[in-house]
Write a protein that binds this ligand. Structure first.
Ligand SMILES: [Zn+2]
Length: 330
């Protein structure tokens, strides 16, 4: 047993963790985020010494019902809270310059927007955040599941005849973000929206990014990516984060970490091993797959990847190196 523990520690030291999605910022106060959330699956105290970079989604509950001014105030509050939590911890910082991803002794936090339905029909409001000086907002998730003034979200995949893809406003926003070299996150986009955004992004030589999803070929959930989409992500030089969402991993919802590793291996086969990362969705799910309780157990994911056939370099890539490299090149 003692021998096993020593081996475990050595293995854990061999990867740098980077995660393309979590919802923790929406469930913890800054104090709890910094020092520990009793009920959460992640906090900065647990990231320190373990993680190089963590996306922090700033999702607004009931977004479409907020006035644009109220939504913008809440986004500003989210960013101030993140900055405050990072300062409280003393070991974390907001990442502004993607080219510095992974190159800090501190845990880098990357604020991300998820669903932009609260922009009140005017996508130009995304630039307000920049005018306020919040240049660390680098990732823009166009949709949550439902349709918005930007187009169709992933829920439309359940009724493909109603999937009309992007609206004119949605297309304008994708082009704007591409020209500004900001990340366009296509998690939660419908298939038509995905393909239309892909065409626009590729016309500007920008890679495709899907922060958290799994593989439709292994589990038919409408939030998951088809093999064609996975291939397109890889061909664009992009990145897909494989989520720890039981319903995305197993139709029955009874999933364990070997299912997560199986999805990562399938995505690697279609997109290429260097185009797959962790997109945990910590604190976006009530229940994680069996075998993992929170970010403190990241070592079990690494070992599950090895068991699923990844070599050590491939597993290190999925656990962090691939995402860090992608962001530095973006
Ligand atoms: Zn999500």
């Amino acid at each position: 047993m003692a021998q096993d523990n020593i081996t475990d520690n050595i293995i854990e030291e061999k990867f740098r963790l980077a995660d393309a999605h979590c919802d923790t910022a929406t469930v913890l106060t800054p104090w709890r985020l910094a020092f520990g959330g009793r009920e959460s699956q992640l906090d900065l105290a647990r990231l320190i010494g373990r993680s190089k970079l963590q996306f922090m989604a700033c999702w607004l509950s009931g977004g479409a019902d907020l006035t644009p001014d109220e939504a913008m105030r809440r986004l500003r509050q989210h960013l101030l809270d993140l900055r405050y939590a990072a300062a409280l911890s003393g070991e974390a910082e907001l990442l502004g310059d993607l080219s510095a991803a992974g190159e800090s002794g501190k845990v880098q936090l990357l604020p991300a927007l998820e669903g932009l339905d609260y922009l009140g029909g005017d996508w130009r409001r995304v630039d307000k955040l920049y005018e306020w000086g919040f240049r660390s907002f680098r990732s823009f998730g166009l949709f949550w599941n439902h349709d918005s003034f930007l187009g169709c979200g992933a829920a439309a995949n359940q009724t493909p005849a109603k999937d009309h893809g992007l609206t004119a406003a949605g297309r304008e926003l994708v082009l704007h973000l591409a020209l500004e070299e900001r990340l366009v996150d296509l998690a939660h986009a419908s298939e038509q929206s995905f393909w239309q955004a892909a065409e626009l992004l590729q016309s500007k030589s920008r890679p495709l990014f899907v922060s958290h999803a799994c593989c439709r070929a292994l589990c038919g959930h409408w939030r998951n990516l088809t093999d064609e989409q996975l291939r397109a992500v890889g061909e664009s030089g992009g990145m897909v984060g494989i989520a720890l969402v039981p319903q995305f991993l197993q139709a029955s919802g009874a999933a364990d970490i070997s299912d997560w590793a199986r999805h990562a291996a399938h995505a690697a086969k279609l997109a290429g091993a260097e185009h797959v990362c962790l997109g945990s969705d910590f604190d976006g799910v009530d229940r994680l797959p069996a075998g993992i309780g929170g970010v403190e157990d990241a070592g079990v994911l690494y070992r599950a990847l090895l068991s699923a056939g990844f070599d050590a370099a491939g597993a290190r890539g999925v656990m962090g190196e691939n995402l860090l490299r992608f962001l530095r090149r973006y």
